[in-house]
Design a protein around this ligand. Sequence first.
Ligand code: BG6
Length: 471
Amino acid sequence: MKKDFLWGGALSNVQAEGGYLEDGKGLNVYDNLTVTPEKGIEPQFCKTNIAVDHYHHWQEDIDLMAEMGFKAYRFSIVWSRINPLGDEEEPNEKGLAFYERMVDYCLSKNIEPVVSLVHFDMPLHLMEEYNGFLNKKVIEFYVSHVRHIVNRLKGKVKYYITYNEINLGVFMPELVAGVRLPENMSQEQLFAQLTINLQIAHAKAVLAIKNIDPEAKVGGMIGHTPFYAATCKPEDVLASQFQNQMHNYLALDIMCFGRLPHYFLQFMKNRNINVEYSESEKENIYNASRLLDYIAFSYYQSAITSSFNDIQDINKQEDAILYDKRGYKNPYCPANEWGWQIDANGLRYSLIDFYSRYHKPLFIVENGIGIDEKLINGKVYDDERIIYYQKHITAMKEAIEHDGIDVIGYLAWSPIDFLSSHKEIRKRYGFIYVNRDYKDLKDLKRYRKKSFYWYQKVIHSNGTNLENTID
Ligand code: BG6
């Protein structure tokens, strides 16, 4: 492993901060989200007003990350803290100052800040008034938000991520892109236009960042799930090819190659979909692709897919695959309580796949497992998490050392417990336990889990010692 390999962790501040309307923050799409329980899971949703109170504990939390030896810490800057409504011209000074303190503090601890510019935190007003990124005005508001941040943090932040899991905007439009399906629009039309709008936003952000701080390194990010064919039946292989294109490659192809790929153009042509996409927007996308420094992605699990036997029409077959909710299980992969299938080799497969396709440095900016845990006598023995990480880090090392893949760093999800994207505290991801449950806020005290000490050892040995020898 390279000496400067970025070991660390990542957190979405909107899921951790609380500090609800403090210091001028406005409501955002995550605050507003009404969630539906995942299959087979008893709902235990929390309000976002306190979350894990990272807003008041951030210093203590970063101290704990430093104690683990973090070289890098990825966090998001909550958009509605900087622009409470989103369409105002002036940023909220208290919001900017808050994150600048966080960056300065990381630097003082020799932790490289990796900043995400939007992560489920669009000001609610932009969704209610404009329908989020489906409206091109919102792209301009986003770019202005990006400019406020980069102007402030110029020279301090080296790594930026333009947009968390940009590819999921079309699958979870409210949370990821602040969009509701308009009455007169088909799902496929929304898929096409929103994909393009998000890419324009990404491209303009890249150009703005590079313009303000040419030294900054900018990455595009997707939420990655590789889709395997359920069987070797050729129709299933075609289904997985289509699913991988539309789910995983589409966003990265546009970001890296600077144009809409032929399979996407064909998808639109086959459905008579017209989109608004001007020549200057095309130019922005092309120019930004020349400046992209790395590809970032989250990885939790793989999935399997198959064709629909009863659908003959190819467009309908593809549409059914695109929005497939059958949730087939891979018999070779165990799953956590939420049905997320654990597949460490899928990480190696993805690293090889992306590197061969894009030839750009890769950055694993989220990887981890959600577990329902209890604090017993001040301890959490999370061996299941340690095993998950052992396997994934081993797979990553194989990709680096055996397959020759260029990986910048590995950021575990997450240093500390927080509310899941479904607003659940029960689905814990941290190396640090936060003492609260979904009904009772308790004392919000932080406890080091067993995995805390294990990860500390991993980082200290630069990934050579993965043994679980902690008592
Ligand atoms: C990623 C998101 O999709 O997955 C995170 O970037 C999220 O914000 C993580 O927390 C895990 O998903 P979940 O639903 O278990 O919180």
